[in-house]
Design a protein around this ligand. Sequence first.
Ligand code: 13P
Length: 250
Amino acid sequence: MGRRKIFAGNWKMYKTYSEAVELVNGLKSGLKKTDGREYVLFPPSPYLKEISSLCSASPFVTGAQNMYYENQGAFTGEISPLMVKDCGASFILIGHSERRHVFHETDEDVNKKVKAALVHGIQPMLCVGELLEEREKGETVSVLKKQIHGAFSGIEKADAAKISIAYEPVWAIGTGKVATPEIAEDAHISIRKIMGELYGEEIGSGVPILYGGSVKPDNIAGLYKMNNIDGFLVGGASLEIKAFLEIINV
Ligand code: 13P
């Protein structure tokens, strides 16, 4: 059986509500749905419920960009898995590099969030990726290993099978410096190997792995040709109707 193909847009902290609605309407009318592909939008959480409603009866589903791992409590400013679910989201981004590096999220936080998502039936999309200096020091694989081992700690095989992974090298995010198809492919193969060591060959070869980092209409085709790239997590280019349509209609 082929692996899941997932095309996702992470809007980060961009768009007013009316701009968000315009974007979704544009995407809905321009999508030429390809069989077997999944399309996920990660809007800012204040719009999650409305965007989920707008997406219902369309090929798009939604996800939240972040959440806390407790169900409720005195955690000012946070949102819970229950709230994410209540807003109609089916995915959750966990461990995005901006969460790790700007907001100092640890592998332990990431692990708690993955577990909380699984308890509530929200599909985790786990983000991993190395910094430029880590790549230059030859540490890419050990960084990926540490992040994956941390995120999956205590998670059973049946649950591991519900998780997708987005490889997002930090040096490629928002920089215009996309990874070459070969660099991305190599990292994806390493991720499969790490997952295979943890959960066996079936999970290693079956886990959907998305690439993210400066994905644009002019570099999508080369990346998508690679055997181990199953989809994309797009930032900047997912904010423009025309550019994102070119990517998801590839
Ligand atoms: P860019 O596509 O803007 O580089 O962002 C990638 C990303 O961080 C998606 O989560």
